[in-house]
Design a protein around this ligand. Structure first.
Ligand code: HEM
Length: 476
């Protein structure tokens, strides 16, 4: 005897066929296994998926969108599910985050920060996360703003009329200098201590880049040249930070950096972070906070070089704000033009362009069956350019960011810093840094584009421009 049940899940009408009288029937509790898999690509897992993903990542996602907003594909043996609508993304990141773990770090086979936020889970993650979030207080961020402003001035004031500069290279150096100073009180411009920090971040980027799809199939015991470089640089990094931690314990006066804060912070349960937790989290901060911010700065400047009238408005705003003391940063909340430009730039070119999770159990998303270990991808680069929420999605239009527009946006149509409990700890720090550097640049110089009119991003660990972005400097 069969019964047919119809019910709506999101936009989908589901038909469930049930055998009456069975002891655990789907009538009572339709489990994930009773639901259909999301629609999607059934082709050869290598030919149909791997090659297109690498040849044209963005085009591949366009082709997935033909199947709907929750779409299945497969790379090798791993089932992937792409979420192309804000609602299922909210389900994963906010509503049932404990059923989805962060994916990618454990799989990379890199033993780089096992006790840091990127890797730990459960109670340990909650304790660390709360300690980190409370470390970035308003007062602390204001002190960091002073460092950001003075280093931005060092850099930008040195640009000469007619210079052609490579924005990525310049901003990587600047954001690295800002991070090492604010986190560990090390100035890379003057200290040889910075070398292990630089090398370890470089080697992590090398190993975590797109080639990891190949290298992770090489057994972990094989000492490839990259892995040897990585182990050596990680050891040097650990020695340096262990030594700093010990020195701070002996010192009577502590510098105003994040290390001092974390060494003296107490978690919500009253416990301190262990030295290893502090050390591993710094490595997370260095890797998460340096090239993301540098890329955001490079893309924003590129957009300003293409839209000089917008840059002029930022410069005018800086003049209107006036500042009696040019060494003091302006209040970031007063930089309305800059904030709109920043939002629009992170919309078009989100440096962290895709969020990954893996299902820790068999579950459901938007009424579809999600097998255990399926990898969920949430591509900001696609959501941010979806015409359902952004008119003329490919057009740079900072003025769209009115209060009313922001209120009208579905929550996860725009999420450059992620969302839910695992969202970016450094978000406030990053937005202050980007806003101040952009304001300083626009107030001091005009930028003339030198190469391609539009940046042409390619996918790596982050959204890297395929070619260096270069501009010519004209001092105002
Ligand atoms: C434009 C700059 C930045 C962007 C676009 C960005 C983006 C993101 C995103 C999307 C996530 C969530 C990843 C996920 O859900 O799997 C994240 C996490 C994180 N970010 Fe950022 N980030 C930026 C700057 C920074 C900075 C400056 C720092 C540190 C000072 C930082 C530290 C972190 C950390 C530690 C996490 C992990 C949080 C956790 O597991 O609880 N980020 N970031």
């Amino acid at each position: 005897m069969y019964a047919f049940l119809f019910f709506h899940v999101d936009d989908m009408l589901l038909l469930v066929t049930v055998v009456r009288g069975s002891s655990m029937s789907a009538v009572d509790h339709p489990g994930p296994g009773d639901l259909p898999l999301p629609p999607g690509l059934n082709g050869h897992p290598i030919v149909e998926n791997v090659f297109p993903v690498y040849r044209d990542h963005f085009g591949f996602y366009d082709s997935l969108a033909d199947y709907g907003d929750v779409v299945r594909d497969r790379i090798g043996r791993t089932p992937f599910i792409a979420l192309l609508h804000p609602d299922p993304i909210e389900e994963v990141l906010v509503c049932q985050p404990e059923w989805f773990r962060r994916w990618g770090f454990a799989e990379s086979g890199l033993d780089f920060a096992p006790e840091g936020l990127f890797t730990v889970t459960g109670a340990q993650w909650r304790r660390q996360g709360q300690t980190m979030y409370s470390a970035f207080t308003v007062e602390k961020l204001q002190e960091f703003a002073d460092t950001i402003w003075s280093y931005a001035a060092d850099e930008v004031d040195g640009w000469e009329d007619g210079d052609v500069i490579d924005l990525n290279r310049i901003f990587e150096a600047l954001t690295f200098r800002i991070l090492t100073k604010t986190l560990l009180d090390i100035d890379v411009a003057t200290s040889a201590d910075s070398l292990p920090l630089m090398t370890v971040v470089e080697t992590i980027n090398e190993l975590a880049g797109p080639q990891r799809i190949v290298t992770r199939h090489i057994p972990e015991w094989v000492p490839t040249p990259n892995r040897r470089r990585f182990s050596k640089s990680t050891r040097a990094y650990r020695r340096l930070v262990d030594q700093l931690i010990e020195e701070r314990k002996q010192a009577t006066e502590q510098p105003d950096d994040l290390l001092s804060i974390l060494q003296t912070s107490t978690g919500p349960d009253g416990s301190d972070l262990s030295d290893v937790e502090v050390r591993d989290n710094f490595l997370n901060f260095m890797t998460a906070g340096y090239d993301t911010t540098a890329l955001a700065l490079a893309y924003t400047c590129k957009l300003l070089s293409n839209h000089p009238a917008v840059a002029d408005r930022i410069a005018d705003e800086m003049t209107d704000l006036g500042s009696e003391d040019a060494r003091r940063p302006p209040g970031v909340d007063c930089l309305d033009e800059t904030q709109r430009v920043l939002k629009e730039s992170l919309r078009l070119y989100p440096p962290a362009f895709k969020i990954y999770r893996a299902a820790t159990r068999e579950t459901t998303i938007a009424g579809y069956h999600i097998p255990r270990d399926a990898v969920i991808t949430m591509p900001q680069f696609r959501l941010h350019r979806d015409a359902r929420w952004f008119t003329d999605p490919d057009v740079f239009r900072p003025d769209r960011w009115t209060e009313e527009f922001e209120k009208s946006l579905p929550k996860f149509s725009y999420f450059p810093f992620g969302g839910g409990p695992l969202h970016c700890v450094g978000m406030r720090f990053a937005t202050i840094e980007i806003a101040l550097v952009i304001a300083k640049v626009a107030a001091t110089v005009r930028l003339e584009p030198v190469n391609d009119p539009e940046p042409d991003p390619s996918v790596g660990v982050s959204l890297q421009p395929a070619e260096p972005i270069r501009v010519r400097i004209h001092r105002r």
